[in-house]
Ligand binder design. Structure first.
Ligand code: ADP
Ligand code: MG
Ligand code: MG
Length: 903
């Protein structure tokens, strides 16, 4: 045999067939979700009309060869078409018994922005007449024909609305005809109306596109196939892919399928259903149908659909499918059961009846609410359809969040005025306020408040904490507002670019198609942090109550995981919340947030701006009781669990006064002139604060700060121990890069602690460790571990310092990196495994070599990110620490990682 150099030995067919109980492939990546679902159903013996699927590879070939179809494609499509004709007994383009087709797009994931389906392809003046004769139903034939011309004109020939506010030109013609005939519904058109509509639609197409509607059925088919491929590159599809991190190499498949007709008469119809209730998870069919209708008529709402199930106790008038067509209904219910047990999940199904015969046209896993997800998962295990670990693997960790926050009642009837990034889930309603101080004032007057800012910064914390939700015009998913809001469990929308905030006049405006909308301080808005929507007025809320199965599922989760889950919490309230969500300790308690409290910021400033050591120590003495109280609260709330307390970390200038009046007030307290104070403030300014005088470096210069904090921690621990509270403090020194830094500071902490313990005559077990957050620390981790009882990887800063990216400015260029494929994901959301992850692995190995029992975990945003949690499990960390509201997500993600590793 001679093999020429260019031909491929194992050639994958470009076209796969399905129907009549068979399918030549069910490969999802090749056939797309819709195609593989149809193929699987065919194999299961479920009635699906026969068809063929052109693979996603062909889509890629089309685009890489200047939008030309591969030369072998036409023959393979013909072959597939022949099979459809054989099974259906009709012939494509035949004037006496024409086969009609649907042409449907379908990528491996369901994707809005793809091409609309074309139904009834293969009709022209001749075949329409043939169909009328063959079926003895001319009205049906011309109803199908007018639908086809309409869809083909719109989807393939681009005859549609001219502007956003324009009406669909085909609908305009339809409506004109309805009023001329004085009828309400399209089912009331007569055969001759429909014939006229076909002519009028064709005229519209010529007028608008300059081309005539193709009468040649083969030309129709290739026009439709080309349109499906083209839709892969429409701006909507492209932006949806980039938003969801889907690759443009996936391509779309094209499904060409024999038509079945729900518009044949009153023994025909079409419907959609979920095999279980998608909001509650209740195990009962959920759906609706329309008699004498085709395609998307049900979804489009052209008539009010009828219920599937007999509604007990209501006067639905006996028009449910269960009552009207009991046999079809029984067959449908049986198919649903078979689909669920075969696909091991709740299904979303499209079906059509033609003259009392049932056809299934699509089945896929149904989208569901977080609550339904939990209930369905528990039920499927109970019903023996899924194993426990398979069930846990199918849960979406991020969707657990939905259940913990209040939600808007759907559908939202109020006006959506803008949208931004869905930065922190949940729904909030409140009056608009533009400054954190005003938040405090209005909240004290009893109002619910939404804080609206260009962006937020650390000094806004108190105001943010009191608000019901945060809306920012700038910033991304990891902006200060987003991170803090997630930590606080506050709904938050960031990057809402359409907002023009006018702080001076306390209002924001949005330019819209019909003018400028102005929202003033005190006006009520609603924000949905789960969708990014901003809504005018108060949209009705409901408390999200976890379904009864939640606890059951979480018991399975906890039994499956080995990673411990801690929370990042700075206050006793957060700590209690975290415990409720199942946290097993605090992985990061940031002391700087305590310094911002209104009762101590003044002492903090005195400490920072002190002229000498004595002044500084005096100020620190003022702070000591406050700090002791903070630590007492948090250690008490976490009784029985470890609490990692990070000593002061940020550069001092962050605490300094900004306004003239604050500066004057402080000058008096420090007994110096305003000029002197201003110059001290300037002296603290830094060119690169992130890389500046902060973390352990502060304590090298001012050891008395860490001394005071250590004293406060140990005193609190002694007090609590004497009350019988079980405390496990872990003192953490931030930003260490040198073994010698930690050696000195550890000695300081130890000495201070020993002094306090002696004073109190008390014995406490505590740990001293460090945060690993600069690359040098990872490289010399062995040396550092000699002075550490634990390592906590501060992955936020470690990502900043490894990349040299400033997290606060990354929004300016990260989108370009993602779009150009230089980075595949945001490294501040998902740990960058090769770089940052590589450094962590190096540190883990060096640390463990030196000290096999060194405790190790991560804190930072990544601790709540499922893919990063998977990584932490894989490298053998002891725990991850996430914000309180993400603790359940982290528990589930840790279980999923453990399950995947054990397979
Ligand atoms: P989408 O991806 O938007 O759901 P589909 O291709 O599933 O698009 O179909 C659009 C509509 O057309 C659905 O209501 C579907 O049931 C109907 N449809 C698709 N193919 C056929 C067919 N061969 N016979 C009858 N109806 C069909
Ligand atoms: Mg569909
Ligand atoms: Mg840090």
């Amino acid at each position: 045999m001679v093999v020429d150099g260019t031909s491929d030995l194992a050639i994958e067919p470009m076209v796969h067939s399905f129907g009549d109980g068979r399918a030549s492939s069910v490969d999802r990546n090749l056939l797309g979700g819709k195609g593989s679902g149809l193929a699987e159903m065919s194999r299961l013996g479920i009635p699906v009309p026969p068809g063929l699927t052109i693979t996603t590879d062909v889509c890629n070939a089309y685009f890489s060869d200047q939008r030309r179809f591969p030369s072998e494609l036409a023959d393979q499509v013909l072959l597939g078409l022949k099979q459809i004709e054989d099974i259906s007994g009709a012939t494509f383009g035949d004037s006496s018994n024409p086969l009609l087709l649907s042409v449907r797009s379908g990528a491996r994931v369901s994707m809005p922005g793809m091409m609309d389906t074309i139904l009834n392809l293969g009709l022209n003046d001749e075949t329409a007449e043939g169909l009328a004769n063959a079926t003895g139903n001319a009205r049906f034939a011309y109803d199908s024909y007018r639908r086809f011309v309409q869809m083909y004109g719109d989807v393939v020939m681009g005859v549609g609305k001219l502007t956003e506010t324009d009406h669909d030109p085909f609908e305009v013609i339809l409506n004109a005809k309805k009023s001329a005939r004085n009828i309400q519904h399209d089912t009331d058109f007569s055969e001759s109306d429909l014939r006229e509509l076909v002519v009028e639609f064709k005229e519209l197409i010529v007028l608008r596109s300059g081309e005539s509607f193709p009468e040649d059925v083969t030309e129709q088919l290739w026009g439709a196939i080309g349109a499906v491929f083209e839709s892969w590159e429409t701006p909507r599809a492209v932006s949806y892919r980039s938003m969801n991190g889907y690759s443009s190499d996936w391509g779309t498949a094209v499904n060409v399928q024999a038509m079945v007709f729900g518009n044949f008469g009153n023994d025909s119809g079409t419907g959609v259903l979920f095999t279980r209730n998608p909001s509650t998870g209740e195990n009962r069919l959920f759906g609706e149908y329309l008699i004498n209708a085709q395609g998307e008529d049900v979804v489009a709402g052209i008539r009010t659909p009828q219920p599937l199930l007999r509604e007990s106790g209501t006067s639905s008038g006996g028009n449910s499918l269960e009552e009207l067509m009991p046999e079809v209904f029984a067959e449908l219910a049986k198919a649903c059961d078979l689909l669920e047990t075969s696909f091991h999940d709740m299904q979303d199904i499209e079906f059509t009846m033609q003259q009392g015969k049932l056809w299934i046209l699509q089945a896929r896993s149904g989208k569901r609410s977080g609550a339904a997800m939990v209930k369905i998962c528990a039920d499927l295990v109970e019903e023996g359809i899924l194993s426990q670990s398979d069930a846990l693997n199918r849960l979406d960790p991020n969707q657990l969040n939905e259940m913990l926050h209040p939600v808007f009642k759907q559908p939202i009837e109020h006006e959506v005025i803008a949208s931004g990034l869905a930065a922190a889930p949940g729904a909030a309603v409140g009056v608009v306020v533009f400054s954190p101080t005003d938040v405090a004032r209005l909240v004290s007057e009893g109002s619910d408040v939404i804080l609206v800012r260009d962006e937020t910064s650390p000094e806004d914390i108190d105001g943010m904490n009191l608000a019901k939700g945060i809306l920012t015009a700038r910033g991304g998913m990891t902006s200060h507002a987003a991170v803090v809001a997630r930590g606080m469990g506050l709904p938050c929308v960031t990057g809402c670019n359409d907002l023009r905030i006018d702080y001076k006049n306390s209002r924001f405006s949005i330019e819209g198609a019909d003018g400028t909308l102005v929202v003033k301080e005190g006006d009520v808005i609603s924000i949905d942090g789960g969708t990014g929507e901003v809504i005018l007025g108060a949209a009705p809320l409901m408390e999200a109550v976890p379904p009864a199965e939640y606890d059951k599922i979480m018991t399975w989760v906890d039994a499956s995981r080995s990673l411990k889950i801690r929370a990042n919490a700075d206050t006793p309230d957060d700590a209690r919340k975290a415990r409720e969500f199942g946290a097993e300790g605090i992985g990061l308690c940031r002391t700087e947030h305590m310094f911002f409290g209104s009762d101590r910021i003044h002492s903090v400033r005195k400490m920072i701006l002190a002229g000498d050591n004595v002044e500084r120590i005096n100020a620190l003495e003022e702070l000591l009781p406050h700090q002791r109280e903070d630590f007492t609260g948090i250690l008490r709330a976490m009784s029985g669990f470890p609490v990692t307390i990070r000593l002061l970390d940020p550069p001092l200038h962050e605490f300094l006064p900004q306004s003239r009046s604050e500066i004057e007030h402080l000058a008096v307290a420090l007994n110096i002139s305003v000029t002197e104070l201003t110059s001290r403030v300037h002296a603290l300014e830094e060119v690169n604060p992130m890389l500046g005088h902060r973390g352990v470096r502060l304590a090298v210069t001012y050891p008395e700060i860490y001394e005071m904090q250590t004293r406060a921690i140990i005193e609190a621990a002694c007090d609590l121990t004497s009350e019988g509270v079980d405390v496990e403090p872990e003192i953490m020194i931030p930003l260490v890069g040198l073994g010698s830094e930690l050696e000195q500071l550890r000695a300081l902490v130890q000495e201070t602690a020993t002094t306090v313990l002696l004073e109190r005559g008390c014995a406490i077990d505590f740990l001293v460790g460090t945060m690993i957050e600069v690359p040098r620390a990872c490289v010399v981790a062995g040396e550092i571990s000699e002075h550490a009882d634990f390592f906590s990887f501060g992955t936020n800063d470690l990502t900043q310092t490894t990349f040299g990216f400033s997290r606060d400015d990354v929004g300016k260029f990260l989108p370009d990196y993602l779009e150009k494929g230089i980075l595949v994901s945001d490294p501040f959301v998902q740990i960058d495994r090769p770089g940052v992850g590589g450094l962590i692995v190096q540190a883990v190995e060096a640390g463990r070599k030196q000290k096999p029992n060194l405790k190790m975990g991560i804190c930072g945003e990544h601790g709540g990110d499922p893919s990063s949690i998977y990584f932490c499990h894989s490298i053998g960390l002891d725990y991850v620490s996430a914000s309180p509201y993400r603790v359940p997500i982290a528990r589930l993600a840790a279980a999923q990682a453990a399950i995947e590793f054990s397979i």
